[in-house]
Design a protein around this ligand. Structure first.
Ligand code: NAP
Length: 248
């Protein structure tokens, strides 16, 4: 089945590396114009340049998604330039791990503002014109640990669980305007975020994955791209786990 995208415009946060880069590239391969957002201008700039060099349409914008004022400024500039944005993928995320008794309030707040509050700001700002146009796709990249929990990641698990509640609430608020909102919950994916894990620990994790391999960014990009397509128009408020069977 080939997917239908009618000259859509997408904004992908955290598009400079890893999962977000794969999502931006896959959407662009499907003819979508992609606005690549990351914290550093270098990473989103390189991804947008590669998409353009491959014949796709992309723009890069460095925005700190944890900064509500910066997101507001970026959103109004983008809406002035493009008129509207059809697809929003809230993917930017960080970890600041530690057992609760050693976790600082700064690390709690950094993970909350980057992973969760950023979804509030982008969805509110980009979502309004989407609902006015009566077509839209929002995909929030959560994590299996938002459903399972994980020792040493209370901040990250709380933010990712929050994204699931947010997804379901927005799905209900925006449904009457044909704007869908879903979440994708990756398991263990090979990116810079997980690169620090020692080989021995990665082997142990792999042993617990029924499909016996770590995931690739493309595994997440395929599910996300489907959820952004015309064909996914009757799916909203759902969480799609992509984890090789790990959280079964
Ligand atoms: P990654 O390789 O570390 O890349 C993170 C991306 O997010 C980078 O492009 C980074 O920008 C951007 N970013 C981080 N903080 C930002 C900020 N304040 N403002 C703007 N952009 C920011 O991460 P990943 O593994 O691809 O993860 C992507 C998403 O999937 C995250 O939400 C993560 O929680 C989720 N996830 C990942 C896994 C996994 O196993 N990897 C599993 C479950 C869920 P720069 O390039 O400028 O640094």
């Amino acid at each position: 089945m080939s997917l239908t995208f009618n000259q859509r415009i997408a904004l992908v946060t955290g598009a400079g590396r890893g999962i977000g880069k794969a999502i931006a590239e896959t959407l662009a391969q499907n003819g979508v114009t992609v606005i690549c957002v990351s914290k550093s201008a270098e990473s989103c700039g390189a991804v947008a340049a590669a998409i353009t060099a491959a014949g796709g349409k992309a723009k890069a914008l460095a925005v700190d998604v944890a900064d509500g004022a910066a997101v507001a400024e970026a959103s109004s500039a983008l809406l002035a330039e493009f008129g509207h944005i059809d697809i929003l993928v809230n993917n930017a995320g960080i970890t600041k791990d530690g057992l609760l008794f050693r976790m600082s309030e700064a690390d709690w707040n950094a993970v909350m503002s980057t992973n969760l509050t950023s979804c509030f700001h982008w969805t509110k700002l980009i979502g309004r014109p989407m609902t006015q146009k009566r077509w839209g796709r929002i995909v929030n990249i959560t994590s299996v640990v938002g459903m399972m929990g994980h020792a040493g990641q209370a901040n990250y698990c709380a933010a990712k669980a929050g994204m699931i509640g947010f997804t379901k609430a927005i799905a209900k608020e925006f449904a009457a305007r044909s704007v869908t909102c879903n979440a994708v919950a990756p398991g263990f994916i090979q990116t810079d975020m997980t690169a620090a894990l020692p080989a021995e620990a990665a082997e142990k994790i792999t042993a617990h994955i029924p499909l016996k391999r770590l995931g690739s960014p493309a595994d997440i990009a395929h599910m996300t791209t489907y959820l952004c397509s015309e064909e996914a128009g009757y799916i909203t408020g759902q969480v799609f786990t992509v984890d090789g069977g790990m959280a079964m």
